[in-house]
Design a protein around this ligand. Structure first.
Ligand code: GBH
Length: 479
């Protein structure tokens, strides 16, 4: 029997079984269920992502100190409906159930974040034993289920007690001490760490636009200094982790660079998109990958440029074992004859979006994110550390048929496959998010989960997208 005939035969049985209401037989991994199905390399790391303040709740339990997000979310007018992370998904108490959801998906890895104010309620000084013990329990639970822990040390929940927040140069040093402590406690079991999540969000959005905690609107020089402290914290933490972890422990970060799609795939536009990527991310990922600020950034900022102490840039440029990219929405670039050599296109008002107004749909962005980072800096490995979307999920007789999310994910993963097929070193994908959760200033109205959470009862219900993702993982293939 030829391969083709067997596949057709399999499909017929599946179709018949589906008509009878039985679940179709699962195709063998080597044999795609659909012609043109896109297989991923064996060992590709399929996972899900969350973050501490967005899911844990239990904000006053076991000695946790307040974070700037507790303060901000409790300040009237700062978040949708005044919603806070006080309870969120109560994952602090329900982590075993949440690990079970991962297990049912067949997930190979879980990206979560460690709450700095649980571990150091004052940000620095005395560690809080019950705080770190929680993460030991979570890690052990994951390992018992064969799921690799991918912790991030900072996903925006800065201890409130740290005076000056990211405006202070002491904060990056406090972060390095916290990183060293966590490394000492977990690196016997955790083989990879991410330092910070999304520089732009905890610097610009928090200290320039004021949309996120602590909600400040500082001037350009102050903002550049905050950005510098953010990337310095990352660099000092890389050094601290390496100093205290066994050799072989991998260190990376998760960032959300602006990603540019060349308007037309011709060499001149591709080159322009690459230039745009390097310059538009100059204060963040570019500085981290190159260990220096670009000449154009320093010239642009002039006297507002950050003050840099000796040793800072060397720490910031510490070599990484992997780069994590959070990829959501696209921007488009064309080559032009301006001094920069590119322009970023304005999106037409008809450009399609998901339920969050900022979340434009551009599946190719995931390919260009991987390709551009790889072409520019050749890191040993790249992970997609977040990708996913919000949707207006409404249970209907207990089901959530989020076909819009499935459409979104299927298209993004199809373009991720293009990067795999092009031999770019992308090693894994973390879907944002395992669960509906606290979407920061947007509160609970914007749902990103592949599991629906009823916030009144804390019941978790797999959405259609969870069933779909389970099949992706089982077949190691998309479509
Ligand atoms: C990620 O940020 C975060 O890491 C994660 O915590 C979050 O839940 C997830 O994405 C989904 O949002 O309101 O127009 O000013 C993604 C980057 C930056 C996108 C802030 C939304 C607000 C845009 N986010 N941005 S706007």
């Amino acid at each position: 029997m030829t391969h083709l005939t067997r596949r057709k035969f399999g499909q017929t049985i599946a179709a018949a079984a589906a008509l009878c209401g039985a679940s179709p037989p699962r195709p063998a991994a080597a044999e795609p269920a659909t012609p043109g199905s896109l297989s991923f390399p064996s060992g590709f790391l399929w996972g899900c992502a969350t973050s501490a303040y967005q899911i844990e709740g239990a904000v006053t339990v076991d000695g946790r100190g307040p974070s700037i997000w507790d303060t901000f979310s409790h300040t009237p007018g700062k978040t949708a409906n005044g919603e806070t992370g006080d309870t969120a998904d109560d994952s602090y108490h329900r982590y075993k159930e949440d690990v079970r959801l991962l297990e049912e998906l067949g997930a190979k890895a879980y990206r979560f974040s460690i709450s700095w104010p649980r571990v150091f309620p004052q940000g620095t000084g005395r560690p809080n034993e019950p705080g770190i013990a929680y993460y030991e329990r979570l890690v052990d639970e994951l390992l018992q289920h064969g799921i690799a822990p991918y912790p991030t040390l900072f996903h925006w929940d800065l201890p409130q007690a740290l005076a000056g927040g990211w405006q202070s140069r002491d904060t990056p040093h406090a972060f390095a001490d916290y990183a060293a402590f966590v490394t000492k406690r977990l690196s016997d079991r955790v083989h990879q760490f991410m330092t910070t999540n999304e520089f732009l969000c905890f610097t610009d959005l928090s200290y320039k636009i004021g949309q996120f905690a602590p909600g400040l609107t500082l001037d350009a020089a102050q903002v550049n200094q905050v950005r510098h402290h953010g990337i310095l914290a990352h660099g000092l933490a890389v050094q601290a982790i390496r100093a205290h972890a066994p050799s072989g422990t991998r260190v990376g970060l998760a960032d959300n660079p602006n990603v540019y799609i060349p308007v037309i795939e011709t060499p001149e536009h591709i080159e322009a998109a690459k230039r745009a990527f390097r310059e538009e991310n100059a204060p963040f990922l570019t500085a981290v990958m190159e260990g220096r600020y670009t000449d154009a950034y320093l010239a642009r900022e002039g006297t507002d440029a950050p003050k840099v102490a000796p040793g800072d840039m060397q720490a910031i440029g510490s070599p990484l074992d992997f780069v994590g990219l959070n990829v959501y929405q696209p921007d488009y670039v064309r080559a032009d004859s301006s001094p920069a050599g590119y322009s970023i296109l304005k999106k037409p008002t008809s450009f399609p979006r998901m339920a969050s107004p900022w979340l434009y749909i551009g599946p190719e962005v995931i390919y260009w994110a991987v390709r551009t980072v790889s072409d520019l800096w050749k890191p040993p490995a790249i992970y997609i550390t977040e990708n996913g979307c919000s949707a207006n999920d409404v249970p209907d007789a207990g089901r959530i048929d989020d076909t819009d999310r499935v459409m979104f994910l299927r298209n993004y993963l199809t373009h991720l496959h293009r990067a795999v097929a092009g031999h770019y070193p992308v090693k894994g994908y973390f879907l944002w998010s395992l669960l509906d959760n606290y979407e920061w200033a947007d509160g609970y109205q914007k749902r990103f989960g592949i599991h629906y959470v009823d916030f009144a009862t804390q019941q978790r219900i797999p959405k259609l997208s969870a069933h779909w993702y389970r099949e992706v993982i089982a077949r190691n293939a998309v479509r």
